[in-house]
Design a binder for this molecule. Structure first.
Ligand code: DAH
Length: 325
């Protein structure tokens, strides 16, 4: 091959080199030991002296030139690779960070689903309440010592952040006639010191079932069904008397894992038969309706389900905790 053609061909080829493998092939072809240029040098010795000098000089210049453009190309490739312009189709892709549901959302959904299976309707209510709905209509008047059970975040002009989901009982009954069965999932707020079982913000699921002949036996059945569903039949229940102003025969429900009779009972809900005063307050005729109500602590259920020992973990946004669910 004519030396000038060789130079041109090499330049052309180099322009279409896009990675280090192609560059290496190029180097072998044009500068390698079996390249036409090397062969050319091998054959030089057979030429007459004058011609040897002349052609040798030319070939040397070309070899020098090829080496220079080779080095340039090599640097170019390395640089564009470092800047990420080089597209390596064999490189593994970046892992896309995928979010997931918060543990409380997971459990809240399960709870809601369990009640839906039993025909309960889902109702929502406001997080900002008046004193009337949060307290008075629920038989917790001003200056009544029972108010101490609900430490309150007061807002301006007499409004407050609801301390429980029970006010939604009143909202709902004002607008609906029995029979009905509803649950009210939602956030609640309490102005109190936090510890591993108390936080200033938490979730409840309120329940209310009213009809002509509803008794605590109906309540027991429903609660047993739902908790069996949530804990796959692996908990025992205990019902203990308690006091809430808006129910008669107030009680609390405790649960404990089956086959672990030595472990502690944990309170998961308050409940009772709806106080007749509430029916009167919303304008139902006297002695016609009966019902039960309950308030279930969502954080409590979640803590028991997953063995979490501090309620404050739910809201401090620590990914090491949240990533486990
Ligand atoms: N609202 C109560 C609380 O936050 C829980 C509760 C108790 C709700 C008894 C009820 C009930 O509906 O009947 O402590």
């Amino acid at each position: 091959m004519n030396l000038r053609d060789l130079k041109q061909q090499a330049q052309q080829d180099l322009a279409s080199v896009h990675n280090s493998q192609e560059l290496e092939n190029w180097r072998i072809k044009y500068l390698g030991r079996k390249s036409s240029l090397s062969l050319f040098f091998d054959n030089l010795k057979d030429l007459p002296l004058e011609e040897k000098k002349e052609k040798g000089k030319e070939a040397n210049e070309i070899r020098q030139f090829l080496k220079t453009i080779y080095t340039q190309k090599k640097q170019e490739l390395e640089q564009s690779q470092a800047q990420g312009q080089y597209f390596d189709v064999t490189r593994p892709g970046l892992k896309i960070e995928k979010g997931h549901l918060h543990p409380l959302t997971l459990v809240l959904r399960e709870i809601v689903h369990s009640f839906e299976k039993l025909g309960f309707e889902i109702v929502l209510g406001p997080e900002i309440e008046t004193e009337y709905y949060n307290f008075d209509a629920l038989r917790i008047p001003k200056n009544h010592p029972a108010r101490d059970l609900w430490d309150t975040f007061w807002l301006t002009s007499g409004l407050l952040l609801r301390t429980h989901t029970s006010p939604v009982q009143i909202h709902y009954m004002e607008k609906h006639e029995p029979p009905f069965r509803i649950i009210v999932p939602g956030k609640c707020f309490r102005f109190e010191a936090t510890d591993n079982h108390h936080d200033i913000q938490f979730h409840q699921v309120e329940g209310l079932m009213v009809s002509e002949k509803i008794t605590l036996a109906n309540f027991k059945f429903i609660v047993q069904e739902v908790l069996d569903d949530l804990f796959k039949g692996q908990v025992d229940l205990s019902f203990r008397p308690s006091y809430f102003p808006f129910v008669t025969s107030g009680l609390e429900v405790f649960i404990r894992p089956k086959n672990k009779s030595h472990s502690q009972w944990l309170e998961v809900m308050g409940a009772g038969m709806v106080h007749p005063d509430l029916f009167k307050t919303v304008g139902y005729p006297p002695n016609l309706w009966q019902g039960f109500a309950f308030g279930l602590g969502v954080e409590r259920i979640t803590m028991i389900k997953y063995g979490i020992d501090d309620i404050r973990l739910f809201f401090n946004s620590d990914l090491r905790f949240l990533e486990q669910f």
